[in-house]
Design a protein around this ligand. Structure first.
Ligand code: BTN
Length: 251
């Protein structure tokens, strides 16, 4: 039994620890659909048998070596078009939590991967339930690789593999809950997290190569628009890109 003690007022107050499960996002989503859930409920596990990543990918991890957690929040204050704000909120919170624990050089790769150098240490999967033109509830799943040393995907890495001494998983989870709560309250109060996001965004205003429609394009990231699309300065006629329309060459 693992119990977390975050210093928060609602995030992580209600928690469910499972030694293993199919996917913490699926479990949090089931709780959301039942109705009457406690805002800020967290579900976390040592091992997922069917962990899910963005765009239908699989998220795998060795037992007990990584943080795998989902937060269930009331997101009914957000319009459907603003759902990207939740990914920003989680990405910024992950960066801040890592900084508090001594990991200073993590960056966000648009839209919301967390990297050390060009390698991925954390991924975020946000799934929303919608009511009318507003969100209803959202599940924000995050996987942070802590001590796993071998990965199938060459771009994946862990904090320990990148040279950090072992970070306590529960402490990381608690710190993340605390940072997330602060940022989520700001979001609820209409305080933008965009500056924090851009301050930590990999490659902002730096010339780099992108893959657009199977062509290599040199461009500079200018920022994001209010739907979270990537704004690019380049010779390409299109200036704002959705997730399926552009990729980084080191992907
Ligand atoms: C990505 O593709 O980068 C997103 C990965 C998200 C993984 C986390 S682990 C906890 C939660 N449960 C899941 O099934 N996925 C997310």
């Amino acid at each position: 039994m693992v119990k977390l003690h975050p210093k928060t007022s609602f995030v992580g107050k209600k928690q469910m620890y499972l030694p293993y499960c199919h996917s913490t996002n699926d479990i949090a989503s089931e709780i959301g659909h039942k109705g009457g859930f406690e805002n800020g409920t967290i579900v976390f596990t040592d091992f997922q048998t069917a962990g899910r990543g963005q765009r239908g990918t699989v998220w795998q991890g060795d037992t007990g070596k990584n943080l795998m957690m989902s937060l269930l929040v009331d997101s009914s204050f957000l319009e459907v078009g603003k759902q990207f704000d939740l990914g920003i909120c989680m990405a910024v919170s992950a960066i801040e939590a890592l900084k508090r624990l001594g990991v200073e050089n993590a960056t966000i790769k648009w839209p919301n991967d967390v990297l050390l150098g060009t390698k991925k240490i954390a991924g975020i999967l946000v799934e929303n339930s919608i009511k009318g033109n507003k969100l209803h509830f959202s599940v924000l799943g995050i996987g942070i690789n802590i001590s796993q040393m071998e990965f199938i995907h060459p771009q994946a890495t862990s904090l320990h593999k990148e040279g950090y001494s072992l970070i306590n998983r529960n402490l990381l989870a608690e710190t993340l809950c605390e940072e997330f709560e602060t940022n989520f309250i700001n979001l609820q109060n209409g305080i933008s997290l965009e500056k924090k996001y851009l301050d930590n965004l990999l490659g902002l205003k730096k010339e780099q190569l992108f893959n657009i429609d199977d062509q290599l394009v040199i461009g500079k990231i200018r920022g994001i628009d209010n739907q979270g699309q990537l704004l690019l300065e380049s010779n390409h006629p299109k200036k704002a890109f959705g997730i399926k329309e552009i990729s980084f060459v080191f992907d």
